[in-house]
Write a protein that binds this ligand. Structure first.
Ligand code: TYM
Length: 332
């Protein structure tokens, strides 16, 4: 069976190192191994949390620039904006009609975001996972590369695909597999090693943004939380030193060395000595990406052309699949 990957990022807040390592960089690493690749900027999902949707246009273009600047060629891959392909929301409606409310109520992201007052939560937030299932299944994607926090949503997508197949008595949808790379599954906050790096953390110091300048990266790493102990000679000896482990892991991810090798390299050193090395490694890697992002954002007309090309290709696939889906539902 041909392989087709689809993934996406919500254009809310600042795109950060967790999105880059957990999603974009892992997509780039698999480009040569799959037949077709769709990378979406999921702007309609941003509307489920109204306070996040303020700078929707700017954030959408910034994410498109981040995809391209990180090595996703917009000619060989389909980079597009979700709202430019209306079939996503059409399919989401069909899924809403066959998805039990119990399945959606169990989603941890809904529980976290809705908080205690579920009755006041918006319907869009509740049915968000059905739209995410539609994002994936309208293209009959076979694999979905994501960070750990999206695993439950991809598993639900499989359940929805199976429920729909049963409903129409045809195997119209594949059951897509999540691809989660263990080393980058959960990049942690720079302020609290037990929390994931997130766009919604109120502290800018908890994350590195892809558009942070060199001085800001340096400052954020210097201010990153650590402990007073020296660096141990083995990864096991890091034990529950979560912040220490997070910083050493970041270094390992950008130098292609294992965590064990990094521990040996810095054995007995204090974090004051390690942090400048980590900062300069991050700057070496991120500053060319940032410069390309700025160039792309300065030429909005070309960026919009790339997105149009992506949307045209995505619409062609989605239109064909939607025809088959409507037929399976006995629509005229
Ligand atoms: P979003 O926008 O929250 O995150 C985008 C991607 O970045 C990953 N990620 C992380 N990975 C490792 N460590 C972190 N600290 C970290 N923070 C974020 C996420 O796992 C994700 O892969 N619902 C999705 C967007 C979406 C989608 C889709 C994804 C909508 N439709 C279809 C895949 C396929 C979301 O909110 O991602």
């Amino acid at each position: 069976m041909p392989t087709r990957i689809l993934s996406g990022i919500r254009p809310t807040g600042h795109i950060h190192l967790g999105n880059y390592l957990g999603a974009i960089r892992s997509w780039v690493s698999m480009i040569d191994q799959v037949d077709e690749r769709l990378f979406c900027i999921v702007d309609q999902h941003a509307l489920t949390t109204a306070e996040d949707a303020k700078d929707l246009r700017k954030n959408t273009l910034t994410i498109a620039a981040a995809y391209i600047a990180s090595g996703i060629d917009p000619v060989k891959n389909h980079i597009f904006v979700q709202s430019h392909v209306p079939y996503h929301t059409e399919l989401a409606w069909y899924f809403n009609c066959i998805t039990p409310m119990g399945w959606l109520s169990r989603m941890t992201q809904f529980k976290d975001k809705a908080g205690k007052n579920k009755d006041q939560a918006m319907t869009g937030l509740f049915v968000y996972p059905a739209l995410m299932a539609a994002d994936i299944l309208i293209y009959k994607a076979t694999h979905v590369p994501v960070g750990e926090d999206q695993k439950q949503h991809v598993e639900l997508t499989r359940d929805i695909a199976q429920a729909f197949n049963n409903y129409v008595n045809t195997n119209i949808f594949p059951l897509p597999d999540p691809i989660i790379k263990s080393e980058t599954a959960r990049i942690m906050s720079l302020r609290d090693g037990s929390k994931k790096m997130s766009k919604s953390d109120p502290s800018d110091y908890s994350r590195i943004h892809l558009l942070d300048d060199d001085e800001t990266i340096d400052l954020k790493i210097r201010k990153a939380k650590t402990d007073a102990e020296p660096i141990p000679g083995s990864a096991e000896a890091l034990g529950e030193r979560l912040e220490a482990k997070n910083l050493l892991s970041l270094y390992s991810l950008f130098t292609q060395k294992s965590l064990a090798e990094v521990c040996l390299e810095f054995e007995g050193k204090q974090f004051s000595e390690f942090k400048p090395k980590l900062a300069s490694t991050l700057i070496d890697h991120l500053s060319p990406i940032r410069s390309t992002m700025h160039e792309l954002l300065a030429d909005e007309a070309s960026l919009l052309q790339y997105l149009k090309k992506g949307a045209d290709a995505a619409n062609a696939i989605a239109c064909k699949n939607m025809h088959e889906i409507r037929q399976s539902l006995n629509m005229v």
